[in-house]
Design a protein around this ligand. Sequence first.
Ligand SMILES: NC(=O)c1ccc[n+]([C@@H]2O[C@H](COP(=O)([O-])OP(=O)(O)OC[C@H]3O[C@@H](n4cnc5c(N)ncnc54)[C@H](O)[C@@H]3O)[C@@H](O)[C@H]2O)c1
Length: 337
Amino acid sequence: MTRVLITGTAGFIGYHLAKLLLSEGMTVHGYDALTDYYDVMLKRRRHQMLMQTPGFSATEDWLEDAERVQSVARDFRPDVIVHLAGQAGVRYSLENPRAYLDSNLVGTFNVMEAARELGVDHLLMASTSSVYGANEEMPFREIHKADTPLTFYAATKKATESMAHSYAHLWNLPTTMFRFFTVYGPWGRPDMAHFKFCKGILDGTPIDIYNNGEMWRDFTYVDDLVRAIRLLMDAVPERPESAADIAEGDSLSPVAPYRIVNIGNSEKVRLLDFVDAIEAAIGIPAKRNFMGMQKGDVSATWADASLLHDLTGYRPQTDFREGVAAFVAWYREYYNV
Ligand SMILES: NC(=O)c1ccc[n+]([C@@H]2O[C@H](COP(=O)([O-])OP(=O)(O)OC[C@H]3O[C@@H](n4cnc5c(N)ncnc54)[C@H](O)[C@@H]3O)[C@@H](O)[C@H]2O)c1
């Protein structure tokens, strides 16, 4: 029976992943500090629901506490670690860059150290599509250079990719880095645009639409995303014999059991169409407040997810209108509006 240590289980993606793995009979230990970056009650509710599921236990503490991370990992003895905890959010990294330094660099280092010490079968960690930064060649592929981060958030995530590569090489630690593309769905994050749009429409307050709506995102429904993570858990990277053994388009390192994988929908959706879908699901028109581009933001993200498909056979299953309807239904029930 697989034992999986997941960091960030009180968070949006970690909660959904833990639920999926528990439903398959795995044993999961969560690790999350329930930080106050957004509504702590929402995080507490997610953790409470997981606590009611047999096979789940959790530690509520900071990743920066190296000894705690190490002792939790030693006691639990995971086969696999999925590291999702971190300071998320593009815009907040302009206000509080230190939170990203602490959580994403120090925190991730502590998780890597625990993975090295235990010699886990597979370490999987969250990066972001934001690492593509100023890249203009779309759809984004893992083998493209990604050396122009536009925010400190993206810079810390890019740094974790490099840190993880060195550990994969030095300690022969099989490692997969995910680059997620705008994840949405029930139990989502209040700092994200779709959440604010839904709230604004229901409250009757104007919603801010940046770059005058000239924005495109590769929206990924959370159930699809965690299914992709589950499939990638079994796609353990192996150090190739030589560079010639690496398939065309594969991001596998020539010198380490290390790979980067985009998880996206492979579909670029116009932000205004996404707003239309939220309006349609709620049945109330939005008051649209068109704004300029925000500092550090990019107008488009779009994943080439063919590597994910080649490795796992994964295809996304959720059309964004369906996903939006499910999100709105959850929001209305949860907030009773
Ligand atoms: N949601 C998206 O669209 C998206 C896109 C790209 C990348 N990501 C990345 O995926 C991961 C999960 O994102 P999410 O949307 O679930 O975010 P989230 O904020 O809902 O979850 C992250 C969790 O990590 C915990 N955490 C943060 N710093 C911590 C620390 N120092 N010690 C212990 N716990 C800490 C938080 O309390 C939170 O519960 C993050 O690393 C994020 O950067 C998310």
